[in-house]
Design a protein around this ligand. Structure first.
Ligand code: NAP
Length: 250
């Protein structure tokens, strides 16, 4: 077995991504955190350093995963520098909320490209390496809203539901190669994505959560760490809901 596994986390410098990177690094996995906006890696690097992780435990890499060529280049650079990717976490995502009648083609395409095309664009680059070594973990970050729908999110819910179909289908194809493919569907998690909502809207959502609190990135990171672990080798094609019990009302 290799000394240290390598994980690529797309959107790894974001709210949930940072939690995932810290958790995987704590599990002795070398983490490569992807980002797109120049400079957004700075706060991430400080957060990792403050948590006690050094350059032998993590790195950052730029690349727009919504674009196939950019994703190909980003993964090639990562493999050259850090070796084969053992664990892929497809976590990059954006929202462009609007009721369907007000939604523009630009809103639709941006969300589909970043939240759904990205899973194809990046997974396509890593799958052959995983097949060759007969070991791999692919974890796709979907959303409770991909399961239940959400007002103002026809684009986002469609992309996240697409992630679930992608996950199950790919899981079937590669199960015999020692590769697991699973989804994690966060509920309402306290990150920059949800901080963008007005306070009144945030409070209204919290009122619907049986646990009576927003989730935190660690809640999602713990689920991802389990699915990335050696012990999860018989878990594939599943969707792990981490949402404080929201689905209990469905
Ligand atoms: P976030 O803090 O806004 O982080 C999103 C990350 O995605 C950022 O690091 C961003 O990079 C990256 N990203 C966006 N577009 C990209 C692109 N084209 N190429 C590469 N990276 C890109 O959001 P979050 O709350 O952590 O969300 C992480 C994931 O969880 C998303 O897939 C989201 O849909 C999902 N999720 C979140 C919640 C929630 O309540 N927060 C609930 C359900 C699902 P830059 O920093 O460089 O912009």
């Amino acid at each position: 077995m290799k000394q240290q596994r390598v994980a690529l986390v797309t959107g790894g410098v974001g709210g949930i991504g940072t939690g995932i990177c810290k958790r995987l690094a704590a599990d002795n996995i070398f983490v490569v955190a992807n980002f797109v906006v120049p400079g957004s890696e700075v706060a991430f690097e400080s957060a990792m350093n403050n948590a006690g992780f050094g350059s032998d435990q993590f790195a950052t890499i730029a690349g727009d995963v919504s674009q196939y060529d950019a994703a190909e280049e980003m993964v090639a650079q990562s493999v050259t520098k850090f070796g084969t990717i053992d664990v892929l976490v497809n976590c990059a995502g954006i929202t462009r909320d609007a009721s369907f009648r007000k939604m523009t083609l630009e809103h639709w395409r941006a969300v589909m490209a970043t939240n759904l095309d990205s899973a194809f664009n990046v997974t396509k680059q890593v799958i052959e390496g995983m097949v060759a070594q007969e070991w791999g973990r692919i974890i796709n970050i979907s959303s409770v809203n991909g399961v239940k729908g959400a007002f103002g999110q026809t684009n986002y819910a469609a992309a996240k539901a697409g992630i679930l179909g992608f996950t199950k289908s790919l899981a079937l194809e590669v199960a015999k190669k020692g590769i697991t493919v699973n989804a994690v569907s966060p509920g309402f998690i306290d990150t920059p994505m949800t901080k963008a909502m007005p306070d009144s809207a945030r409070q209204a959502v919290v009122a619907t959560i049986p646990s009576e609190r927003m989730g935190v990135p660690d809640d999602i990171a713990n689920a991802v760490a389990y699915l990335a672990s050696e012990g999860a080798s018989y878990v594939t094609g599943t969707n792990l809901s981490v949402n404080g019990g929201v689905h209990l009302y469905q």
